[in-house]
Design a protein. Structure first.
Length: 525
């Protein structure tokens, strides 16, 4: 070799080493999948020219492996497990160097599903590259190609050069995931009530109290009728309403008057569970099915077998899990993560949301088939501002409840407090009313709340509007609100775009209410 060729070769090797150090420096601080994906996309894709890039890791017992990361599917969802001795992974990890597979020469029965899916997308060649540090976390990188321009020598040296750092990075990510999962599990354990103890609280139905729901207004009487009609069936129910309107209380009322009232209603807040845990929380998992799964766990659907499950904030359910939820509701069976078979469950589903699910469907954030499965029997809970005649009953109830809880002998609301309560719009609904009364009790000396402790931003508005509203009756306030809604609907009373839908009442009820309040047809345009 000439001196010139030798110098050029040395320069290329120096450039290659510099590139390896640069990529290793990028990999070193990484501790999550998103950061790894960014490095694969911005650095490795251009250098290795792959069509797909997959990292597979073995579990602790070294009997099974799973896809840790995939370039074309980097959502970070929980993946199934595969037998190590599948003829692909075991050959790649046992080899001293890279292993090349031509997929057309392999039996489809031999290929795991993630490779079959890649083959269906046009992948023809597979290169398995074993990573070092195998005793800590054995792993293989698979490079997938559609054309026979396989990994060249420079690319092989590059991948080998960053192999040690890539192994360490995978271990860092796995440890971070394990810590995050354990932390989330501890949070859920602290929040989770004892799910094995049946509810023993029995609440009588009275004129003012329907299974824990306070109200005498006509609009709430309609809600009570809907609850009674559906309670003894196993029909799925979708409860809709703004935040704080009491959707969970309505779900409890349905369960308490159902045929399975002596069993626990299992509650799931879909918005409160981390995305990487929600599938396990709902459907359960087998021991060893993923990193951190140190024991078998029953999911919420199994715990709710022959009873009721309440899925609060169903609109927050990740799109990729909605298909699995649909299957559970349709087929009445679940699959634990890592399990080989399905489990039959008999569960009545009550879901709740403060979102407009039809809008979510139209914008692609919620599956239409799941929406129609859930929306068999819809119940809309009115906002507190739409049932102001219930305000005295609710305030009396919360005054007594929180006075007993805090140990303070507060039994009355002043006239000023009642007037400010009527003038306020209650954006947080019944939950906000409860919180404000509890807060006001704590600020009160004596037996009477002189002034309600509204949020600072609302207090000024409440006081400044006091004279405007204090001379109005509840009927006047209700009349003005109905007129404003009808005007918003261009005079339409019924139909999908009518005022009755926005107000959450049947059109016949709204027409009856308009007649009582003296609202004539001419007022609505």
């Amino acid at each position: 070799m000439s001196a010139e060729a030798l110098l050029k070769n040395l320069q290329e090797r120096e450039k290659e080493q510099s590139l390896i150090l640069s990529i290793s420096d990028n990999l070193a601080p990484i501790n999550d999948i998103k950061e790894l994906s960014n490095t694969v996309t911005t650095k490795l894709k251009a250098l290795l020219a792959f069509d797909d890039f997959i990292i597979c890791t073995i579990d602790e017992k070294e009997m099974h492996y799973s896809v840790f990361y995939q370039y074309l599917n980097n959502a970070g969802s929980i993946n199934p497990i595969y037998n190590v001795a599948d003829g692909i992974f075991d050959r790649a990890i046992a080899a001293a160097d890279n292993t090349i597979f031509e997929l057309s020469q392999l039996s489809k029965k031999q290929l795991p599903d993630y490779i079959l899916k890649a083959q269906g997308a046009g992948i023809r060649y597979l290169i398995g590259v074993p990573l070092p540090y195998q005793k800590k976390m054995p792993a293989v990188v698979f490079l997938l190609y559609k054309r026979p321009n396989l990994l060249d020598r420079q690319g092989a040296r590059l991948l080998k050069g960053i192999g040690t750092q890539l192994s360490i990075t995978l271990l860092n990510i796995a440890n971070a995931q394990k810590w995050e999962r354990l932390n989330a599990e501890m949070t859920l354990l602290r929040q989770r009530p004892d799910e094995k103890v049946a509810e023993s609280v029995k609440i009588e139905i009275t004129e003012d109290n329907f299974n824990g729901i306070i109200g005498k207004s006509e609009i709430m009487q309609h809600v009570f009728d809907l609850i009674e009609q559906v309670a003894y069936t196993d029909t799925n129910v979708l409860i809709m309403g703004e935040t704080g309107t009491g959707k969970e209380v309505v779900a409890q009322a349905i369960h308490r008057t159902s045929a399975v009232k002596n069993k626990s209603m299992v509650r799931v807040n879909c918005a409160a569970i981390p995305a990487n845990l929600i599938e396990s929380e709902l459907f359960g998992h087998e021991k060893g099915s993923f990193t951190g799964a140190t024991e078998k766990r029953l999911g919420k659907f199994e715990l709710a077998n022959n009873s009721t499950i309440f899925l609060d904030e169903i609109g927050e359910l990740p799109l990729e899990l909605q298909a699995k939820m649909l299957r559970v509701i349709q087929e009445r069976e679940i699959e634990r993560i890592g399990a080989s078979g399905s489990i039959k469950v008999n569960v009545r589903v009550i879901a709740a949301t403060n979102r407009d699910l039809l809008t979510e469907v139209a914008e692609g954030r919620f599956r239409s088939d799941l929406y129609y499965r859930l929306n068999v029997y819809p119940i809309t809970i009115p906002a507190l501002r739409d049932r102001m005649e219930d305000l005295p009953l609710l305030s009396t109830h919360f005054l007594k409840l929180h006075a007993e809880k805090t140990g303070k002998k507060v039994v009355n609301l002043s006239k000023r407090a009642k007037e400010s309560m009527t003038a306020y719009q209650w954006p947080g609904n019944v939950r906000e009313l409860s919180n404000i009364i509890e807060r006001s009790i704590l600020y009160t000396n004596g037996d009477t709340i002189r002034e309600l402790q509204f949020p600072h931003t609302e207090a000024v508005t409440s006081i400044s509007n006091q004279d405007k509203y204090s001379t109005k009756t509840l009927q006047q306030v209700e009349k003005e609100h109905i007129l404003s809604v009808i005007k918003k609907c261009s005079g339409r009373i019924s139909g999908p775009n009518g005022a009755a839908v926005l107000l959450g009442v049947p059109s016949t009820t709204l027409i009856s209410k308009m007649q009582k309040l003296g609202i004539k047809k001419g007022h609505t345009v």
